[in-house]
Design a protein around this ligand. Structure first.
Ligand code: SAM
Length: 232
């Protein structure tokens, strides 16, 4: 099974999905009809993101993983938040620019072109009210210290695909050897965000698993973000 919930539950949640604006609908249809294999957040995750943004009303949002701009447009459409989004893959960048332009959002969504690994360290500390991390899962752990640094106290970090088709909940010995590095990195990431005293997190089993983390405070100066490791 490639999804974490029963089929009938996923189908039902998708019946509840509300009609987005024209450009988002166009992207959803292109994906649903397999006209394109663009990676976009699942409909139930889109509904969750819209709700969170309406509650939290973030002024500045950072996204890591633009793909074709679907979630960036969706996030901006809720509260007119300024969205900065990072993408490294030229094919995605080209389509994202086209979609953002078509949505009339060139002035409110800025794309940072390149790898998050190089871009994140250059971003201002305590600046973002919300971060949406939706890039390569194996990099979440590496990106976490910068995410915490640039997120304001009282800000939220939303991380997508944290249950990795459910494999994260299984013993590593049941995981194919080539998946084990991602498995152990995701487990360590989830352990840290749920146990660190500067965050309050919840893992929500919708889509491929979404983690919602609230930044309570800054890590103390003598505390490394990677101190809170599973089993340590
Ligand atoms: C799941 S897709 C993002 C989907 C998008 N957030 C949406 O819902 O519309 C992940 C994207 O992250 C990009 N990506 C992965 N690792 C990255 C990195 N280290 N730096 C920048 N982009 C990255 C990939 O090229 C891909 O387009």
């Amino acid at each position: 099974m490639s999804q974490i919930n029963y089929d009938y539950i996923v189908q039902y949640l998708r019946v509840l999905h509300t009609q987005p604006n024209e450009i988002l609908y166009k992207i959803e249809q292109a994906v649903a009809t397999e006209q394109h294999t663009w990676p976009i957040i699942k409909p139930e995750v889109a509904d969750f993101m819209e709700t969170i943004i309406n509650i939290h009303k973030p002024k500045n949002i950072l996204e890591i993983g633009t793909a074709v701009g679907y979630s960036a447009i969706l996030m901006n459409s809720q509260h007119n938040s300024k969205v900065t989004t990072i993408e490294r893959f030229p094919v995605m960048l080209k389509q994202a620019k086209k979609n953002i332009h078509e949505a009339g959002k060139d002035n409110v969504i800025s794309i940072l072109e390149g790898d998050g690994e190089n871009i994140l360290p250059t971003l201002e500390s305590n600046h973002y009210d919300m971060i949406f991390m939706d890039c390569a899962k194996g990099q979440y752990l590496k990106f976490l210290p910068d995410c915490i640094r640039i997120l304001k106290i009282g800000g939220i970090l939303v991380t997508d695909n944290v249950l990795h088709k459910g494999s994260v909940a299984k013993s590593r010995y049941l995981i194919e050897r080539r998946q084990r590095t991602t498995h152990s990195r995701l487990r360590e990431f989830l352990w840290i965000i749920t146990h660190a005293d500067y965050l309050k997190s919840s893992v929500i089993p919708i889509g491929d698993g979404v983690a919602l983390s609230y930044k309570i405070g800054n890590p103390s100066s003598n505390q490394s973000i990677h101190d809170a490791k599973e089993g340590k």
